[in-house]
Design a protein around this ligand. Sequence first.
Ligand SMILES: *Cc1c(COP(=O)(O)O)cnc(C)c1O
Length: 388
Amino acid sequence: MAGRNHLYIPGPTNVPNEILNAMHIPMEDHRSPVFPKLLTPLLQDLKKIFRTETGQAFVFPATGTAGWEIALTNTLNPGDKVLIYRFGQFSHLWGEMARRLGLDVEIHQETWGKGIPLDRLEARLKEDTQHEIKAVLATHNETATGVTSDIAGVRKALDASIHPALLFVDGVSSIASLDFRMDEWGVDGAISGSQKGFMMPAGGAFLAFSQKALKATETATFPRCFLDLRDQMTSNKDGYTPYTPALPILYGLRKALDMLLEEGLENVYARHFRLAEGTRKAVAAWGLKICAQPGFESDTVTAIMVPEDKDARDVISTAFNKYNISLGGGLSELAGKAFRIGHVGDMNDVSMLGAIAGVEMALLDTGFDIIPGSGVAAAIEYYRATAK
Ligand SMILES: *Cc1c(COP(=O)(O)O)cnc(C)c1O
Protein backbone atom coordinates (compact mmCIF):
# COMPACT_ATOMS: atom_id res chain seq x y z
CA MET A 1 0.00 0.00 0.00
CA ALA A 2 1.38 3.39 -0.94
CA GLY A 3 2.05 5.96 1.78
CA ARG A 4 3.00 5.31 5.33
CA ASN A 5 1.49 2.93 7.79
CA HIS A 6 0.10 5.43 10.23
CA LEU A 7 1.06 4.41 13.70
CA TYR A 8 -1.52 5.40 16.29
CA ILE A 9 -0.73 2.80 18.92
CA PRO A 10 0.55 3.86 22.33
CA GLY A 11 4.00 2.45 21.64
CA PRO A 12 6.11 1.91 19.78
CA THR A 13 5.45 5.43 18.61
CA ASN A 14 6.52 7.28 15.48
CA VAL A 15 10.27 7.85 15.38
CA PRO A 16 11.18 11.30 14.05
CA ASN A 17 13.60 11.34 11.13
CA GLU A 18 16.10 13.30 13.23
CA ILE A 19 16.26 10.41 15.69
CA LEU A 20 16.41 7.75 12.97
CA ASN A 21 19.30 9.61 11.38
CA ALA A 22 21.06 10.05 14.70
CA MET A 23 20.88 6.29 15.30
CA HIS A 24 22.37 5.42 11.93
CA ILE A 25 25.98 5.28 13.03
CA PRO A 26 29.06 3.14 12.59
CA MET A 27 30.05 1.19 15.69
CA GLU A 28 32.74 2.64 17.88
CA ASP A 29 35.01 1.55 20.69
CA HIS A 30 33.04 1.81 23.90
CA ARG A 31 36.23 1.55 25.97
CA SER A 32 37.90 4.46 24.22
CA PRO A 33 38.95 7.57 26.14
CA VAL A 34 36.28 9.66 24.35
CA PHE A 35 33.26 7.42 25.08
CA PRO A 36 32.52 9.17 28.42
CA LYS A 37 31.93 12.38 26.45
CA LEU A 38 28.79 10.70 25.15
CA LEU A 39 27.57 8.83 28.22
CA THR A 40 28.21 11.24 31.09
CA PRO A 41 26.22 14.22 29.75
CA LEU A 42 23.57 11.81 28.45
CA LEU A 43 22.86 10.48 31.94
CA GLN A 44 22.94 14.01 33.36
CA ASP A 45 20.42 15.27 30.82
CA LEU A 46 18.21 12.21 31.24
CA LYS A 47 17.72 13.32 34.86
CA LYS A 48 16.05 16.49 33.56
CA ILE A 49 13.29 14.43 31.94
CA PHE A 50 12.67 12.61 35.22
CA ARG A 51 12.85 15.97 36.97
CA THR A 52 15.39 14.82 39.51
CA GLU A 53 18.49 16.54 40.78
CA THR A 54 19.15 14.32 43.76
CA GLY A 55 18.56 10.98 42.02
CA GLN A 56 20.64 9.10 39.50
CA ALA A 57 19.64 8.11 35.96
CA PHE A 58 20.43 4.82 34.25
CA VAL A 59 20.19 3.34 30.77
CA PHE A 60 19.99 -0.42 30.30
CA PRO A 61 19.91 -2.24 26.95
CA ALA A 62 16.46 -3.58 27.77
CA THR A 63 12.79 -2.56 27.86
CA GLY A 64 10.31 -1.24 30.41
CA THR A 65 9.62 -4.76 31.66
CA ALA A 66 13.26 -5.07 32.72
CA GLY A 67 12.84 -1.71 34.45
CA TRP A 68 10.20 -3.25 36.72
CA GLU A 69 12.62 -6.07 37.54
CA ILE A 70 15.56 -3.73 38.10
CA ALA A 71 13.58 -1.76 40.68
CA LEU A 72 12.37 -4.84 42.54
CA THR A 73 15.48 -7.02 42.58
CA ASN A 74 17.96 -4.27 43.36
CA THR A 75 16.23 -2.91 46.43
CA LEU A 76 14.17 -5.70 48.03
CA ASN A 77 14.62 -9.15 49.54
CA PRO A 78 12.73 -12.29 48.52
CA GLY A 79 9.55 -12.55 50.60
CA ASP A 80 9.24 -8.79 51.17
CA LYS A 81 5.72 -7.45 51.04
CA VAL A 82 4.85 -5.06 48.21
CA LEU A 83 1.57 -3.30 47.58
CA ILE A 84 0.08 -2.87 44.13
CA TYR A 85 -3.24 -1.71 42.73
CA ARG A 86 -4.30 -3.65 39.65
CA PHE A 87 -6.48 -1.76 37.18
CA GLY A 88 -5.24 -2.79 33.75
CA GLN A 89 -2.93 -5.14 31.92
CA PHE A 90 0.31 -3.34 32.83
CA SER A 91 -0.35 -3.04 36.55
CA HIS A 92 -1.43 -6.69 36.35
CA LEU A 93 1.83 -7.75 34.73
CA TRP A 94 4.00 -5.84 37.19
CA GLY A 95 2.24 -7.49 40.13
CA GLU A 96 2.58 -10.85 38.40
CA MET A 97 6.31 -10.29 37.95
CA ALA A 98 6.67 -9.44 41.64
CA ARG A 99 4.87 -12.69 42.51
CA ARG A 100 7.03 -14.75 40.16
CA LEU A 101 10.16 -13.23 41.66
CA GLY A 102 9.09 -14.44 45.09
CA LEU A 103 7.82 -11.25 46.68
CA ASP A 104 4.78 -11.27 48.94
CA VAL A 105 2.44 -9.31 46.70
CA GLU A 106 -0.61 -7.64 48.15
CA ILE A 107 -2.81 -6.96 45.13
CA HIS A 108 -5.82 -4.68 45.41
CA GLN A 109 -8.25 -4.99 42.52
CA GLU A 110 -9.56 -1.73 41.19
CA THR A 111 -12.16 -1.11 38.50
CA TRP A 112 -10.57 -0.91 35.05
CA GLY A 113 -11.12 2.75 34.22
CA LYS A 114 -10.02 4.04 37.59
CA GLY A 115 -6.55 4.55 39.03
CA ILE A 116 -4.99 4.29 42.45
CA PRO A 117 -7.60 4.95 45.19
CA LEU A 118 -5.74 7.39 47.41
CA ASP A 119 -8.06 7.22 50.41
CA ARG A 120 -7.87 3.44 50.58
CA LEU A 121 -4.13 3.48 50.01
CA GLU A 122 -3.68 5.86 52.92
CA ALA A 123 -5.92 3.75 55.16
CA ARG A 124 -3.97 0.59 54.27
CA LEU A 125 -0.62 2.27 54.94
CA LYS A 126 -1.84 3.58 58.30
CA GLU A 127 -2.96 0.09 59.25
CA ASP A 128 0.54 -1.25 58.51
CA THR A 129 2.03 -0.01 61.78
CA GLN A 130 4.79 -2.66 61.65
CA HIS A 131 5.87 -1.33 58.24
CA GLU A 132 5.69 -4.73 56.63
CA ILE A 133 5.03 -3.13 53.26
CA LYS A 134 8.44 -2.47 51.78
CA ALA A 135 7.40 -0.89 48.50
CA VAL A 136 4.37 0.60 46.80
CA LEU A 137 4.22 -0.14 43.06
CA ALA A 138 2.33 2.59 41.25
CA THR A 139 1.48 2.50 37.56
CA HIS A 140 1.40 6.19 36.68
CA ASN A 141 -0.25 5.76 33.30
CA GLU A 142 -2.13 2.49 32.74
CA THR A 143 -1.71 2.15 28.99
CA ALA A 144 -4.34 -0.59 28.72
CA THR A 145 -7.19 1.60 29.95
CA GLY A 146 -5.92 5.14 29.30
CA VAL A 147 -5.91 5.96 33.00
CA THR A 148 -3.51 8.31 34.79
CA SER A 149 -3.05 8.06 38.55
CA ASP A 150 -2.09 10.86 40.90
CA ILE A 151 1.47 10.11 42.00
CA ALA A 152 1.73 13.30 44.07
CA GLY A 153 -1.30 11.92 45.92
CA VAL A 154 0.44 8.58 46.49
CA ARG A 155 3.35 10.46 48.05
CA LYS A 156 0.92 12.38 50.25
CA ALA A 157 -0.64 9.10 51.42
CA LEU A 158 2.80 7.74 52.32
CA ASP A 159 3.71 10.94 54.15
CA ALA A 160 0.37 11.15 55.96
CA SER A 161 0.94 7.66 57.34
CA ILE A 162 4.64 8.33 58.00
CA HIS A 163 5.35 5.14 56.10
CA PRO A 164 8.90 4.38 54.94
CA ALA A 165 7.99 2.13 51.98
CA LEU A 166 9.83 2.76 48.75
CA LEU A 167 7.72 4.32 46.01
CA PHE A 168 8.28 2.78 42.59
CA VAL A 169 6.51 4.26 39.61
CA ASP A 170 5.97 2.71 36.20
CA GLY A 171 6.20 5.74 33.95
CA VAL A 172 6.76 3.84 30.70
CA SER A 173 3.87 5.60 28.95
CA SER A 174 4.02 8.85 30.92
CA ILE A 175 7.59 10.03 31.41
CA ALA A 176 8.65 12.45 28.64
CA SER A 177 5.00 13.16 27.78
CA LEU A 178 2.98 13.69 31.00
CA ASP A 179 3.88 15.87 33.95
CA PHE A 180 6.27 13.81 36.07
CA ARG A 181 8.29 15.15 39.00
CA MET A 182 10.53 12.60 40.62
CA ASP A 183 12.04 14.78 43.35
CA GLU A 184 8.93 16.76 44.17
CA TRP A 185 6.81 13.59 44.43
CA GLY A 186 9.44 11.66 46.37
CA VAL A 187 9.64 8.85 43.83
CA ASP A 188 12.32 6.27 44.70
CA GLY A 189 12.38 4.44 41.41
CA ALA A 190 11.02 5.79 38.13
CA ILE A 191 10.84 3.39 35.22
CA SER A 192 10.54 4.27 31.56
CA GLY A 193 11.41 2.91 28.16
CA SER A 194 12.59 4.20 24.82
CA GLN A 195 9.60 3.48 22.56
CA LYS A 196 6.85 5.74 23.89
CA GLY A 197 7.35 9.35 24.95
CA PHE A 198 11.03 9.15 24.06
CA MET A 199 10.05 8.55 20.39
CA MET A 200 12.67 5.85 19.82
CA PRO A 201 12.67 2.18 18.89
CA ALA A 202 12.33 -0.26 21.78
CA GLY A 203 15.58 -1.41 23.34
CA GLY A 204 16.33 1.14 26.04
CA ALA A 205 15.15 0.94 29.64
CA PHE A 206 15.50 4.44 31.09
CA LEU A 207 15.39 4.68 34.86
CA ALA A 208 16.09 6.97 37.77
CA PHE A 209 16.57 6.03 41.40
CA SER A 210 16.61 8.11 44.56
CA GLN A 211 19.49 8.02 47.02
CA LYS A 212 17.24 6.02 49.35
CA ALA A 213 16.71 3.36 46.68
CA LEU A 214 20.41 3.34 45.78
CA LYS A 215 21.26 2.78 49.44
CA ALA A 216 18.89 -0.20 49.45
CA THR A 217 20.92 -1.81 46.65
CA GLU A 218 23.72 -2.37 49.17
CA THR A 219 21.64 -4.68 51.36
CA ALA A 220 19.09 -6.18 48.95
CA THR A 221 19.47 -9.95 48.85
CA PHE A 222 17.80 -10.76 45.53
CA PRO A 223 20.22 -12.48 43.17
CA ARG A 224 20.89 -10.25 40.16
CA CYS A 225 23.65 -9.90 37.66
CA PHE A 226 22.93 -8.40 34.23
CA LEU A 227 20.44 -6.01 35.81
CA ASP A 228 22.58 -5.13 38.83
CA LEU A 229 22.50 -1.39 39.49
CA ARG A 230 25.74 -1.59 41.44
CA ASP A 231 27.68 -2.65 38.33
CA GLN A 232 26.12 0.21 36.39
CA MET A 233 27.05 2.69 39.11
CA THR A 234 30.63 1.45 39.24
CA SER A 235 31.07 1.84 35.47
CA ASN A 236 28.87 4.90 34.93
CA LYS A 237 30.90 6.83 37.49
CA ASP A 238 33.74 7.01 34.93
CA GLY A 239 31.49 7.35 31.91
CA TYR A 240 31.44 3.67 30.91
CA THR A 241 29.03 0.74 30.98
CA PRO A 242 29.53 -2.71 32.55
CA TYR A 243 28.93 -4.43 29.22
CA THR A 244 28.67 -3.43 25.56
CA PRO A 245 26.22 -0.54 25.32
CA ALA A 246 23.52 -0.43 22.62
CA LEU A 247 25.20 2.48 20.84
CA PRO A 248 22.30 3.40 18.50
CA ILE A 249 20.04 3.64 21.55
CA LEU A 250 22.50 6.03 23.22
CA TYR A 251 22.78 8.22 20.11
CA GLY A 252 19.03 8.13 19.62
CA LEU A 253 18.53 9.14 23.23
CA ARG A 254 20.99 12.01 22.79
CA LYS A 255 18.83 13.35 19.95
CA ALA A 256 15.55 12.67 21.76
CA LEU A 257 16.74 14.56 24.85
CA ASP A 258 17.88 17.48 22.71
CA MET A 259 14.47 17.60 21.01
CA LEU A 260 12.46 17.30 24.23
CA LEU A 261 14.54 19.87 26.09
CA GLU A 262 14.44 22.26 23.15
CA GLU A 263 10.65 22.06 23.01
CA GLY A 264 10.59 22.43 26.79
CA LEU A 265 8.93 19.89 29.08
CA GLU A 266 6.01 22.16 29.93
CA ASN A 267 5.30 22.53 26.20
CA VAL A 268 5.63 18.78 25.70
CA TYR A 269 3.05 18.16 28.44
CA ALA A 270 0.73 20.84 27.04
CA ARG A 271 1.00 19.38 23.54
CA HIS A 272 0.01 15.94 24.79
CA PHE A 273 -2.94 17.43 26.65
CA ARG A 274 -4.19 19.14 23.47
CA LEU A 275 -3.71 16.01 21.36
CA ALA A 276 -5.65 14.01 23.93
CA GLU A 277 -8.36 16.59 24.42
CA GLY A 278 -9.04 16.79 20.67
CA THR A 279 -9.32 12.99 20.61
CA ARG A 280 -11.75 13.03 23.54
CA LYS A 281 -13.87 15.68 21.79
CA ALA A 282 -14.05 13.43 18.72
CA VAL A 283 -15.04 10.40 20.81
CA ALA A 284 -17.79 12.41 22.50
CA ALA A 285 -19.06 13.60 19.10
CA TRP A 286 -19.30 9.97 17.98
CA GLY A 287 -21.43 9.29 21.04
CA LEU A 288 -18.92 6.77 22.40
CA LYS A 289 -17.50 6.45 25.89
CA ILE A 290 -13.93 6.26 26.99
CA CYS A 291 -12.76 3.67 29.48
CA ALA A 292 -11.21 6.21 31.86
CA GLN A 293 -13.57 7.58 34.46
CA PRO A 294 -13.67 11.35 35.05
CA GLY A 295 -10.49 12.64 36.62
CA PHE A 296 -8.39 9.70 35.39
CA GLU A 297 -8.18 10.54 31.65
CA SER A 298 -4.76 9.94 30.17
CA ASP A 299 -3.12 12.42 27.84
CA THR A 300 -1.03 9.75 26.10
CA VAL A 301 -3.64 7.13 25.22
CA THR A 302 -7.42 6.96 24.98
CA ALA A 303 -9.22 3.63 25.29
CA ILE A 304 -12.60 3.82 23.59
CA MET A 305 -15.39 1.45 24.58
CA VAL A 306 -17.68 0.02 21.91
CA PRO A 307 -21.33 -0.91 22.50
CA GLU A 308 -22.06 -4.52 23.46
CA ASP A 309 -23.30 -5.49 20.02
CA LYS A 310 -20.00 -4.46 18.46
CA ASP A 311 -16.53 -6.00 18.45
CA ALA A 312 -13.70 -3.49 18.70
CA ARG A 313 -11.45 -5.94 16.84
CA ASP A 314 -13.47 -5.30 13.67
CA VAL A 315 -12.75 -1.58 13.94
CA ILE A 316 -9.03 -2.25 14.37
CA SER A 317 -8.78 -4.75 11.51
CA THR A 318 -10.81 -2.53 9.15
CA ALA A 319 -8.63 0.45 10.03
CA PHE A 320 -5.50 -1.59 9.32
CA ASN A 321 -6.59 -3.48 6.22
CA LYS A 322 -8.49 -0.74 4.48
CA TYR A 323 -6.79 2.46 5.62
CA ASN A 324 -3.33 1.32 6.69
CA ILE A 325 -3.57 2.77 10.17
CA SER A 326 -2.59 0.94 13.35
CA LEU A 327 -4.71 1.27 16.46
CA GLY A 328 -4.23 -0.36 19.85
CA GLY A 329 -6.40 -3.32 20.79
CA GLY A 330 -8.27 -3.97 24.00
CA LEU A 331 -6.02 -6.00 26.27
CA SER A 332 -7.13 -8.91 28.44
CA GLU A 333 -10.45 -7.97 30.09
CA LEU A 334 -11.00 -5.30 27.43
CA ALA A 335 -10.38 -7.59 24.41
CA GLY A 336 -13.07 -6.86 21.83
CA LYS A 337 -14.64 -4.25 24.10
CA ALA A 338 -12.25 -1.38 23.47
CA PHE A 339 -9.77 -0.03 20.98
CA ARG A 340 -7.08 2.47 21.80
CA ILE A 341 -5.73 5.56 20.09
CA GLY A 342 -2.21 6.51 21.09
CA HIS A 343 -1.44 10.22 21.15
CA VAL A 344 2.06 10.03 22.47
CA GLY A 345 5.42 11.05 21.13
CA ASP A 346 6.11 12.73 17.82
CA MET A 347 2.57 13.91 17.06
CA ASN A 348 0.90 17.20 16.19
CA ASP A 349 -2.64 18.40 15.45
CA VAL A 350 -2.65 17.22 11.86
CA SER A 351 -1.18 13.80 12.56
CA MET A 352 -3.82 13.43 15.26
CA LEU A 353 -6.52 14.35 12.77
CA GLY A 354 -5.27 11.53 10.55
CA ALA A 355 -5.96 9.12 13.40
CA ILE A 356 -9.38 10.58 14.09
CA ALA A 357 -10.40 10.54 10.41
CA GLY A 358 -9.13 6.98 9.97
CA VAL A 359 -11.01 5.77 13.05
CA GLU A 360 -14.12 7.57 11.88
CA MET A 361 -14.01 5.80 8.51
CA ALA A 362 -13.49 2.43 10.19
CA LEU A 363 -16.39 3.10 12.58
CA LEU A 364 -18.69 3.94 9.66
CA ASP A 365 -17.55 0.83 7.78
CA THR A 366 -18.27 -1.42 10.75
CA GLY A 367 -21.81 -0.14 11.16
CA PHE A 368 -21.50 2.43 13.94
CA ASP A 369 -24.35 4.89 13.88
CA ILE A 370 -22.29 8.07 13.71
CA ILE A 371 -22.51 11.18 11.59
CA PRO A 372 -19.71 11.28 8.98
CA GLY A 373 -17.29 14.05 9.85
CA SER A 374 -18.64 14.60 13.35
CA GLY A 375 -15.52 13.50 15.23
CA VAL A 376 -13.17 15.22 12.82
CA ALA A 377 -15.24 18.43 13.06
CA ALA A 378 -15.16 18.41 16.85
CA ALA A 379 -11.40 17.90 16.88
CA ILE A 380 -10.78 20.52 14.18
CA GLU A 381 -12.72 23.14 16.10
CA TYR A 382 -10.85 22.36 19.29
CA TYR A 383 -7.42 22.38 17.63
CA ARG A 384 -8.15 25.61 15.76
CA ALA A 385 -9.36 27.32 18.91
CA THR A 386 -6.38 26.27 21.00
CA ALA A 387 -3.47 26.37 18.49
CA LYS A 388 -0.89 29.02 19.24
C1 LIG B 1 4.65 -0.38 27.31
C2 LIG B 1 4.51 -0.47 28.79
C3 LIG B 1 5.25 -1.38 29.56
C4 LIG B 1 6.10 -2.44 28.97
O1 LIG B 1 7.23 -1.99 28.41
P1 LIG B 1 8.09 -2.90 27.43
O2 LIG B 1 9.02 -1.90 26.90
O3 LIG B 1 7.15 -3.47 26.42
O4 LIG B 1 8.75 -3.93 28.25
C5 LIG B 1 5.12 -1.30 30.93
N1 LIG B 1 4.29 -0.45 31.51
C6 LIG B 1 3.53 0.41 30.81
C7 LIG B 1 2.63 1.34 31.53
C8 LIG B 1 3.62 0.43 29.43
O5 LIG B 1 2.87 1.28 28.72
